[in-house]
Write a protein that binds this ligand. Structure first.
Ligand code: CO
Ligand code: CO
Length: 315
């Protein structure tokens, strides 16, 4: 196998009723945790990289690391730019080994979002790179005022259809109830997803892979561990796995999780720092933290994305 685009993996996920996990990695350990989990579970996987992470690693390091992952494990992996905020950063990634880019021009009005997205699509497709774009307000959705028609602040299906047709994108990030960060829902409220909108979009645009952002589950045992060992993450609430699993059976082909990796990694390190105050050898705390992330992802590949066993034959 090799570094691939998401085209084939999405096609199989769409038809097979599962989804592909897109995991935000922040360092080499979380990068390896994702690759090792995907390898162990024979699952396709997406490595999601933000602009800040590109600055942190350096783009050449990123490309070489993912190449090393493929060479070592044969894992079926896509290297994806998460939330590219400009045409320039998307082009830069297309030119430097990324197989997928997200242009996020959702802050602009509809026409400007189309214009920017279209320019990225033309550049990317000419280089064999696929494009995801966003329509609707995902960030901070829990504070959004639901006004007007039944779609409120969420992605409007008719608008989504026009957007896809005019831009030629390969996948669409939709707003249906998820939110970025570790504090998605207010305490006491019941997390939900607008499955009716997902189904309407799927009916209007058959075959189009849909993407859920802000879909960390925020494991409460890990939040408790952080708070127990000196951290402060009060009332962090995520999206329940069963909602993500149900979405995976539908047209949702890519589900993004970032906060969960950070929470898992951080909680384990906090525990070790408190319980073993004399430990200063770096691997003595990064290795257990990496293992916790890996195990969490393996569980998700089996039980939430249901992508285990669906990788194209690797090593
Ligand atoms: Co996002
Ligand atoms: Co699906």
């Amino acid at each position: 196998m090799a570094l691939v685009t998401t085209k084939e993996m999405f096609k199989r996920a769409y038809e097979g009723g599962y989804s592909i996990g897109a995991f935000n990695v922040d360092n080499l350990e979380t990068f390896q945790a994702v690759i090792e989990a995907a390898h162990a579970k024979k699952s396709p996987v997406i490595i999601a990289i933000t602009e800040n992470v590109i600055k942190y690693f350096g783009i050449t390091y990123l490309r070489k690391i993912v190449e090393a992952a493929v060479e070592e494990t044969g894992v079926e992996v896509a290297l994806h730019l998460d939330h590219g905020k400009s045409i320039e950063i998307c082009k830069y990634c297309c030119d430097n080994g990324f197989t997928s880019v997200m242009i996020d021009a959702s802050a602009y009005d509809f026409e400007e979002n189309i214009r920017i997205t279209k320019e990225v699509v033309e550049y990317a497709h000419a280089r064999g790179v696929v494009v995801e774009s966003e329509l609707g307000a995902i960030a901070g959705i829990e504070d959004g005022e639901v006004t007007g028609d039944k779609y409120g602040v969420f992605t409007h299906p008719e608008q989504a259809k026009e957007f896809v047709e005019r831009t030629g994108i390969d996948s669409l990030a939709i707003a249906v109830g998820t939110a970025h960060g570790a504090y998605k829902f207010k305490p006491g409220t019941t997390p939900y997803l607008r499955f009716d909108i997902i189904e309407e979009i799927a009916k209007l645009i058959p075959g189009l892979p849909l993407v859920l952002h802000g879909s960390s589950m925020v494991p409460q045992d890990r939040i408790e561990m952080i708070n127990k060992f000196g951290g402060e993450m009060p009332a962090a609430i995520g999206i329940p796995g069963n909602l993500l699993r149900d979405a995976s059976k539908l047209a949702v082909c890519k589900i993004n999780q970032g906060s969960d990796l950070r929470v898992a990694f951080t909680s384990e390190i906090r525990k070790i720092f408190v319980e073993q105050p004399r430990e200063y050898e770096i691997r003595k705390y990064t290795a257990p933290a990496k293992k916790v992330v890996r195990e969490m992802i393996e569980d998700r590949l089996d039980n939430v994305f249901m992508s285990s066993g669906h990788a194209v034959e690797g090593k």
